[in-house]
Write a protein that binds this ligand. Sequence first.
Ligand code: NAD
Ligand code: 6OD
Length: 498
Amino acid sequence: MTSKLSPFGAGAAYSRGIAFIDGQYVEATDAAVYDNINPATGEVIAQIEVADEVMVDRAVQAARKAGRGQWRLMSDDQRAEIMRRVAAGIEARFDDFLAAEMRDTGKPVSLASHLDIPRGAANFRVFADVMKHANESTTMTTPDGGRAINYSIRAPLGVIAVVCPWNLPLLLMTWKVAPALACGNTVVVKPSEETPSTALLLGEVMRDAGVPDGVYNVVNGFGGASTGEFLTNHPDVDGVTFTGETGTGEAIMRAAARGVRPVSFELGGKNAGLIFADCNIEAAIETTARSVFANAGQVCLQTERLYVQRPIFDQFVAGLKAKAEALKVGDPWDKSTTLGPLISQEHRNKVLSYYEAARQQGAETVTGGGIPDMEEALAGGSWIQPTLWTGLADDAKCVTEEIFGPCAHIRPFDDEEEAVALANNSPYGLASMTWTNDVSRAHRVASQLEAGTNWVNAWFLRDLRAPFGGSKRSGIGREGGTHSLEFYTELRNVCIKL
Ligand code: NAD
Ligand code: 6OD
């Protein structure tokens, strides 16, 4: 049943995705399998084994055992050193990670080589020393005329389930795994069924870096009534960190309620961009094109609602249309390609249903709205046109619901108060983007926006020490730098009577 062999073979190519448990790739004799598809071509890349309840239990028990051992007991410095070796290991196998991520997602090399893979390594470097910044207080108390000393310690939470989405697979998985491990926890990762490869490949890097067996485990499979549910329901999981849709977050929260386990959630968004007439309009158009179309719009921070002050509305719409039409759709390995496919045919059908809803609800399609003609080799991929609309009502589907595609609706506004009210008119609150050259307005507006991250004259500009997370239905908790200690450790008090 157990194989010490890596499924990756030469380079990053592999034909069967199997679990990584207790430091080994583990094959089941009778597992159900599904096809992993390259969304750029529609070709089957590999067959992935679905971990059943027995396999999930095996992974959790391996994590539990490892959590009682060496990993928890070693010094913060020793753990940090191993984490830095993991970062170096990702960089040493950069091309393998790149190929694996690109095959799973179809994303262009121009994006994956600058964002996804470098951030995979950076996450381990940034969090390596996080425990050294945990400065807890010590206090003296004088009860009943005697004296006592109180101090606090941060203990690892235990076994953490890390449930991941498909849009930035390595980046978002390591964003959770790195702080979890730095704090002395052990993890069982459930990658998205669409994108299992980089999480599996990371198992080899962990092993080579000296991460003890059982500290990092990976199980593959689906969500509800499958691997994801088995994992989040498992009574020996001590906490769940999850990135994905708000509805899935609700299901996981119900599972975590059994045993009162803590959760950290990064969920969906319907982010607003506010473009004031006093901004640098060229820069605003340039960055907004990224905020709408990067990763084919499959970024939770993407701005699907754009509000533009009336004097510059027509100029802005024309400028963004030109940017959309200049995007290069095509072979992900071509360095000049700027727009990849959507993750799957199923997701394309969902996004196309929004394109249709926009037409039916009276939108004016500024550009796009359909499927592009592709060369024969890419014809089986889930390609879609970048799309912009104007003219929809504030309660239209495409203005209120998260679409997760390369599209946005643009609406004019007249003054600051109206702009803030429009931006806040959403049950979500993940991120916002404001463009203005008026410093007072920048602070005033940013302080009123109901979102976890508020960029001014920028988008997706990340400092990994900053608190990151969503307001309203976009999440629970904040991670990043020392904020991550709040979830990945438990603060305990020790009181000693002197
Ligand atoms: P998803 O919620 O469909 O799936 C995410 C993961 O949850 C997958 O691994 C899936 O198998 C698993 N899952 C599904 N149902 C489950 C259940 N009942 N129990 C346990 N696990 C279950 O999300 P997705 O489609 O992979 O990703 C896109 C969504 O993620 C979008 O809504 C996007 O906004 C959101 N997202 C948010 C952030 C953020 O930082 N806030 C980042 C990336 C993506
Ligand atoms: O940059 C990050 O740390 C982060 N969590 C980004 C989320 C992107 C969503 O798709």
